[in-house]
Design a protein around this ligand. Structure first.
Ligand code: TXA
Ligand code: MG
Length: 318
């Protein structure tokens, strides 16, 4: 068993050195922690897949320090193309929005899974922005959890999931505190008309539609984003969903009648807090030996869309 002190650091220089040497660094972002490698290094990026246990055809998001660092990663970016993406970048970055765009020559197959598109984003976390500025290029990073499991929102979560798989001689977990948003970025596909929301997040379709002055197709129905599986974000316990207080009471009663250890999660009074604490709440249920977690769903509006999406995937089990 490794100790947290072997991997967790608050030293940005240490993180930069590890990345430059080809190691992996778990980076704090405003959404969730990412497991990052320099995006131009195929060997380092391949290690992300093996440590996560992630299928290699699930592409990674490229994170950069600012929109103007996307030259080479995105086709036509140096010429101010595509205009919709430039506008969204100005309105939403740094922030919890990932855009799918035609890839440029720098976005290798090892990052895009061989697709002709690339996902890009500027994360809003001061430590990670400093790392990106010092490195100058892009960091390929998925969420820093084992494939299919609950995303990490603290450095300790990352250590609990990946501590024994990371190498203290070359990898680090950069501790930037608890993530402010708590659910993964919104993903919008700008390679189709009209743009399509592939994953709900803190920036909702209405906001994107307002910036672009076009309609945006919602994330309902079978999603086309690679790796958007029905079952995902799953804790060990069984998650059951309640649309109303009456549903909560009924589901609790049923689980208790089965002799299960039951807990209720209801943060519908404050959805910002609900999102921030969602993954910690799911992890805490497992830690406490909860067998059935009854979750009161928020209404399907704004951040409620993202919460309902993650909770329905958590409830689909593994
Ligand atoms: O908030 C976030 O987006 C976090 C932080 C670390 O930035 N990252 C994250 O990455 O959630 P990940 O890999 O766990 O989820 C990204 C999703 C995956 O389902 C991936 O397959 C999809 O986006 N994706 C990335 N690039 C894509 C592409 N070019 N085409 C289709 N899907 C893509
Ligand atoms: Mg993920």
């Amino acid at each position: 068993m490794r100790s947290p002190g072997e991997l967790i650091t608050t030293d940005v220089d240490e993180a930069v050195d590890a990345l430059r040497a080809g190691g992996l660094v778990a980076i704090p972002t405003e959404t969730v922690y990412g497991l990052a490698a320099v995006a131009d290094r195929p060997d380092a990026v391949r290690r992300i897949y093996s440590i996560k246990g992630r299928p290699t055809d699930h592409p990674l998001i490229v994170h950069v320090a600012a929109a103007d660092a996307l030259d080479g990663w995105v086709d036509g970016w140096a010429d101010g193309e595509p205009a919709a993406a430039v506008a969204l970048a100005a309105a939403c970055w740094p922030g919890p929005l990932t855009m799918l765009l035609r890839r440029g020559p720098r976005a290798g197959d090892w990052v895009t899974g061989g697709r002709d598109t690339v996902g890009v984003r500027v994360p809003a976390h001061p430590m990670t922005l400093t790392v990106l500025e010092r490195l100058g290029g892009g960091l390929a990073a998925p969420s820093a959890n084992r494939f299919g499991r609950v995303s990490p929102t603290t450095a300790r979560h990352v250590f609990d999931d990946l501590g024994d798989l990371l190498d203290p001689n070359r990898d680090r977990i950069l501790d930037g505190g608890a993530c402010r948003v708590g659910v993964e970025s919104t993903i919008v596909d700008l390679t189709v008309e009209p743009p399509q929301l592939l994953r709900a997040g803190a920036i909702d379709a209405t906001t994107i539609a307002r910036v672009l002055d076009v309609s945006v197709e919602g994330a309902s129905g079978p999603s086309r984003a690679a790796g958007m599986l029905t079952s995902h974000y799953a804790p060990e316990c069984r998650v059951v969903l309640a649309e109303s207080d009456a549903d909560v009471a009924q589901l609790v009663g049923r689980a208790e009648a089965d002799g299960a250890r039951v807990a209720v999660l209801d943060r519908t009074d404050d959805l910002v807090v609900a999102a921030r604490l969602l993954y910690d709440d799911l992890r805490a249920a497992d830690r406490d030996g909860v067998e059935v977690l009854v979750v009161r769903l928020p209404p399907a509006a704004g951040l409620g869309h993202a919460l309902r999406d993650r909770l329905s995937k958590a409830s689909a089990g593994r």
